[in-house]
Design a protein around this ligand. Structure first.
Ligand code: PHE
Ligand code: ZN
Length: 884
């Protein structure tokens, strides 16, 4: 490709390549290649003339030489699919610029200049939902990570911080509300039906935090007085018909603001805080400074349309985005390799918040379940990467569970080692030292060392080594002493053949076999390949409770009798450890069944002992229902597969269903009684009512596997009596997996009842697509033809196909039809929405860990995708890594 020449050249229009125009492989970007940018851009002004079909953007940049950069004679401004119009430098039309690929290079002779240019964009044609796009007649932006360059030319990297002034103008009827970051400083109207607003954000920020929204929206408003007495106007903007579903989001926001003051000493710093809900969004939500943009899924809720899980999701995501105001915005990232600096830390902050709101034990169990079902498989597969990656082709592929959830676990370990008070001193130092800066993970670690008084020299390995460490645990007893042996290995991962031992903080306790009590908990940091610890004063062998609270994100492999697991599942005073013992007991059994060769009697004995513990869990009057619901949950399909070197999804499913059936038959009376008791607890949002709803559906899930006719009757009755979406969805989920007539009746009723309500219709799609029904593939084929299916809406695409990738009988159908369906989706979606398309690659990438027949089929589909010439960078990178 020849470098192009300035305006006026007839070849100009061809010069800027489209986003997918890729002559060769997209380049690999390396962390070690980081250099500061040669220029500073202290100020930017953006003038928007808004229209759905066409929006004009005039950008004015004040630039100065960066004393820390190289002396350069030009500035490189990133663009993506843009053509520059009317370039001026210091007020004069300029000819001294050129395009290089999609970037604009402008010659700059002096030390400080003002550059101005215009760009024109077509929001309605923007199906990628990155940059400025249209959704439901409104305009909104998404800039993280590299969407700003689809709006205007700019050094689109997080270490260039600027003060933004934004003026926007547009038709008043189409866009009565005009929002951007910061504070609104002026507004006015013209006679021609247009109006305008000007916003100023006093806090310097990187381009990825820019946002603009224009649309016909209404707001739920409230106020918050900060700890130093600042009055903040809060507003949550939605379409008029959604206004009465914003109460929970507003409550969550106010609680978050208060909590961040109390727990982290962080105060809000603008006069306004706006949240906008949008129905077309690639992710959950976005923390743009003072103007968070949310997927409607994480804003709108009322008991009829949102489940208890949805309520918790909203509370957690509202908190997450709000907390970014400090961990992400006031202190941002130097480069995208540091993503976990803001995401891992902010996830930890939202987890701690939710623990305080909802109760620690249940929230911890939920977080660990998510980590093990999504992050562990990532860490043991072809896409494994450290929480601070070393290279990428497309940063969008690194918004992963590893960066987010393992990142949170790594910071949580620091907190566990330091204790909450010293941890707070560390975070205070971090925020104080780096306020207004673009920082690195290393900066965070150093602040923790200095502020929290930790030595993290070896701990830094958690940032550079991928893979879930394995810790082997055994306890011996002789005379009066118990001897604990701990051994760690960090598995080989792509590009990392040699691993070093890492510091692994393990909370543990030794329980007396008679009383179930212990003399206090200890924290042992395993930082060598092997360690032995002696505990005196035990006349009888105690029962070891280890990795309590899941103090380290590792896989524990312990030599332990199933009697001891039964003991822990019944008695452990650490809620997580109790849950863990139950999971281990069940996983141990299922793995043994799948591996085969077990005689029927041994299998039945194991099932009986699991049923015995389950009976205690189902009937224990001292347990609250929320916790009971957690303890009743069987380990998921992927977590079980993780325990096997090579998994057969069909065999795992069969073993899991057989156990469910056994439990249902052994405990039918107890499960029916539990359902009945829980049904008598009045509806409401309090803990007791929520717990009751959880165990109700859990009971049905088991019964469905043992006595489908009974389960069908009970589920239909629960559906009919439902006064919350939690009960209704739970019942329908169970029915969707059954063959009886109620399945169709209730699916039709549900659709008719909620037709037109996008978030609920999403549930209708996922319930069918994620079901255990043997004909799930046919159902998904039919749903893809349903008039409500829309490949351009990410929520709808995910509701149909993401749910499907979790089905053992659908996605993993032995003839490969499920794999083909997902590959077809990736190919169809890639040109429309690359970042969403690429998110469907990882399920196919698990082939190495799956039995050879299916593995070949999965690989075949990846190869079929890879053979396409014009794949997006996103999909190209994920597919090649998955094959690699
Ligand atoms: N930064 C967002 C968050 O975690 C996630 C996001 C990334 C949203 C990229 C949109 C695009 O809060
Ligand atoms: Zn985040």
């Amino acid at each position: 490709r020849t470098p192009s020449t300035p305006d006026g050249n007839p070849e100009m229009a061809d010069a800027a390549p489209g986003p997918l125009d890729r002559p060769s492989e997209p380049p690999l970007i390396r962390r070690e290649d980081y250099r500061p940018f040669d220029w500073l851009v202290p100020e930017i002004r953006l003038d928007f003339t808004l229209g759905l079909e066409r929006t004009l953007v005039v950008a004015t940049l004040k630039v100065e030489r960066n004393p820390n950069g190289e002396p350069a004679s030009e500035i490189r401004l990133n663009g993506d699919g843009l053509t520059p119009l009317d370039v001026t430098v210091d007020g004069h039309a300029s000819n001294s610029w050129r395009m290089e690929g999609s970037d604009l290079l402008v010659d700059l002779p002096g030390d400080a200049h003002e550059i101005r240019f215009a760009t024109e964009i077509a929001p309605v044609a923007n199906s990628q939902l990155m940059g400025l796009y249209a959704s439901n007649g409104m305009l909104c932006t998404q800039c993280e990570a590299e969407g700003f360059r689809r709006i205007t030319f700019f050094p689109d990297r997080p270490d260039v911080l600027s003060t933004y002034t934004v003026r926007m103008e547009g038709p008043k009827d189409a866009f009565p509300v005009l929002l951007s970051n910061g504070n609104r400083i002026a507004a006015g109207g013209g006679e021609d039906g247009t109006h305008w607003a000007e916003w100023h954000d006093p806090w310097p920020k990187p381009s990825y935090l820019f946002a603009l929204v224009a649309g016909d929206l209404v707001a739920r408003k409230d106020r918050f007085t900060t700890m130093s007495g600042r009055e903040v106007d809060l507003a949550i903007w939605v379409r008029a018909e959604d206004l009465d579903r914003t109460g929970h989001a507003m409550e969550s926001l106010i609680k978050s603001m208060k909590w961040d003051e109390q727990v982290f000493g962080r105060e809000y710093d603008l006069d306004q805080f706006n949240i906008v809900a949008v129905g077309d969004f690639n992710m959950g939500a976005m923390e743009n400074k003072g103007l968070n943009v949310f997927n409607t899924k994480y804003v709108l809720a009322d008991p009829e349309t949102a489940t208890d899980g949805d309520y918790d999701g909203i509370e957690g995501v509202i908190a997450h985005e709000y907390f970014h105001n400090w961990s992400g915005n006031r202190v941002t990232c130097r480069d995208w390799f540091q993503l976990s600096l803001k995401e891992g830390f902010t996830v930890l902050r939202d987890q701690l918040f939710s623990q305080d709101m909802q109760g620690e034990a249940v929230k911890r169990i939920e977080d660990v379940r998510l980590l093990r079902s999504v992050q562990f498989p990532e860490d043991s597969g072809p896409l494994a990467h450290p929480i601070r990656p070393d290279s990428f082709r497309e940063i969008g592929n690194f918004y992963t569970s590893t960066v987010y959830n393992k990142g949170a676990e790594v910071i949580r370990m620091m907190r566990t080692m330091a204790g909450p008070e010293r941890f707070r001193e560390g975070t205070d130092l971090y925020f104080g030292r780096h306020d207004g800066e673009a920082a690195t993970c290393e900066d965070f670690i150093r602040a923790m060392e200095d502020g929290a008084g930790l030595d993290l020299a070896q701990f830094r390995l958690w940032y550079s080594q991928a893979g879930t460490p394995k810790v082997e645990v055994s306890l011996a007893h002789e005379g009066e002493a118990a001897t604990l042996t701990l051994r760690q290995t960090v598995p080989v991962t792509p590009g990392q053949p040699d691993k070093q031992p890492m510091p692994i903080p393990l909370r543990l306790a030794l329980l007396d076999r008679e009383t179930g009590r212990h003399n206090g908990e200890q924290l042992i940091v395993l930082d060598k390949p092997e360690q032995v610890h002696r505990f005196e004063g035990f006349a009888a062998k105690p029962v070891l409770s280890v990795n309590r609270g899941f103090s380290a994100p590792v896989a524990i492999e312990r030599v332990i009798d199933s009697d001891d697991l039964v003991f822990l599942a019944k008695n452990d005073d650490d809620a997580f450890a109790r849950y863990e013992a139950m999971q281990e007991l069940i996983v141990g059994h299922l793995v043994a069944v799948v591996e085969g060769g077990l005689d029927e009697r041994v299998q039945d004995a194991a099932r009986s002992s699991i049923a015995e513990v389950m009976r205690v869990i189902v009937t224990d009057a001292a347990l609250d229902d929320s916790m009971r619901g957690e303890l009743m949950m069987l380990p998921g399909q992927t977590y079980i597969a993780e325990q096997l070197t090579v998994a057969d999804p069909g065999a795992i499913h069969a073993a899991r269903e057989a156990l469910k059936g056994w439990l249902a038959k052994s405990l039918e009376m107890e499960l029916v009684a539990l359902h009945e008791r829980a049904s008598g607890i009045s509806s409401g949002m309090d803990r007791a009512a929520r717990g009751a709803r959880k165990v109700k559906t859990q009971a049905l899930v088991f019964l469905a596997a043992g006595n489908p006719e009974l389960a069908e009757r009970m589920a239909a009755a629960q559906y009919d009596a439902a006064d919350t979406m939690t009960d209704r969805q739970g019942a329908l989920m169970v029915l969707a997996g059954l063959a009886g007539p109620q399945r169709t009746h209730k699916l039709i009723d549900f659709y008719n009842r909620f037709q037109g309500d996008a978030l609920v219709i999403d549930k209708w799609f996922s319930l069918q697509a994620g079901s255990l029904h043997p004909h799930v593939i046919e159902h998904v084929h039919a749903l893809a033809q349903h008039p409500d299916f829309n490949i351009k809406n990410p929520n709808r695409v995910r509701s149909l196909y993401m749910a499907f990738t979790g089905t053992p009988l659908g996605f993993h159908a032995a003839d490969g039809e499920g794999y083909r369906m997902i590959a077809d989706l990736i190919l169809a979606l890639d040109p429309i929405n690359a970042s969403t398309a690429a998110r469907f690659v990882p399920p196919l990438g698990r082939w190495r860990r799956i039995e050879p027949g299916r593995a070949a089929l999965m690989r075949g589909e990846l190869e079929r995708i890879a053979a396409h010439a014009d794949l997006s960078r996103d999909t190209f990178e994920q597919v090649t890594r998955s094959l690699g």
